[in-house]
Design a protein around this ligand. Structure first.
Ligand SMILES: [Zn+2]
Length: 234
């Protein structure tokens, strides 16, 4: 085996480890994304409940001011009723009193149901806040475990990258350039051994002349069909 081939195979072996560690990291971080999504979901639902509570409270406040106004108005109406003497005026004043009495009764019914709604929404908010607290307690453990696991992988990754960098210095420039270019296309595996007369990856037949050069260890060639680097074993 040519020293060039040996060096680039050693590099690929370490890059395989780097790729595995990166994959492990991605899988781990996707767990964190899931934790964040779970928390956000609950937070959004809590925010909606709070906004509903605010709206209902505002309605209740406005309605209770209206009720107070109408009560004051009714007192004036009753006072008028007390002082009118003419039957016609008394009838009119009585009609006013009756009308407002009906309005007040409806408003008080509405006020009561608004109060119930406000109470219910606040109960829902309390429940959701409790859930959020429980979720945070549970997630704190998960997040701590995640951070620990991540630190371990990061340490391994740093070590693997250092080895990888060192190994790359042993690969000749031309081959390294090709190798890096193929690697950057997101293939974790760059070098493939010839399988018989064909590319070990895509099985496309390699012309004899090039195959001979590869087999003789004179070249690490590119497969024209799938773009990986080809070498001969033995
Ligand atoms: Zn191929």
């Amino acid at each position: 085996m040519s020293p060039d081939l040996e060096a680039v195979l050693a590099l690929q072996a370490e890059d395989t480890i780097v790729a595995q560690l990166n994959e492990k990291m991605r899988a781990l971080d996707s767990q964190l994304v899931a934790l964040d999504a779970e928390r956000r979901h609950l937070e959004e639902s809590l925010a909606r409940a709070k906004s509903t509570a605010e709206q209902e409270e505002k309605k209740r406040r406005e309605l209770s001011i209206k009720v107070e106004d109408h009560k004051a108005m009714q007192e004036r109406n009753l006072a008028t009723l007390d002082v009118v003497r003419k039957p016609k005026e008394a009838t009119a004043a009585m009609a006013q009193v009756d009308m407002l009495k009906k309005v007040l009764s409806e408003e008080e019914t509405d006020l009561h149901s608004l109060s119930l709604r406000v109470h219910d929404v606040h109960q829902a908010i309390d429940g959701q806040q409790k859930l959020l607290g429980e979720l945070d307690a549970r997630q704190m453990e998960q997040r701590e475990a995640h951070a620990k696991e991540r630190a371990v992988i990061q340490k391994d990754l740093d070590a693997a990258l250092a080895i990888r960098m060192e190994r790359a210095t042993h690969v000749s420039k031309g081959i390294l350039l090709k190798y890096e270019r193929i690697l950057s296309r997101n293939t974790s595996h760059v070098l493939y051994a010839l399988r018989g007369q064909a590319c070990g990856r895509c099985d496309t037949a390699i012309p004899m002349q090039r195959r001979n050069a590869i087999a003789a260890g004179r070249a690490i060639d590119v497969c024209e069909a799938c773009g990986v680097l080809l070498y001969a074993t033995g």
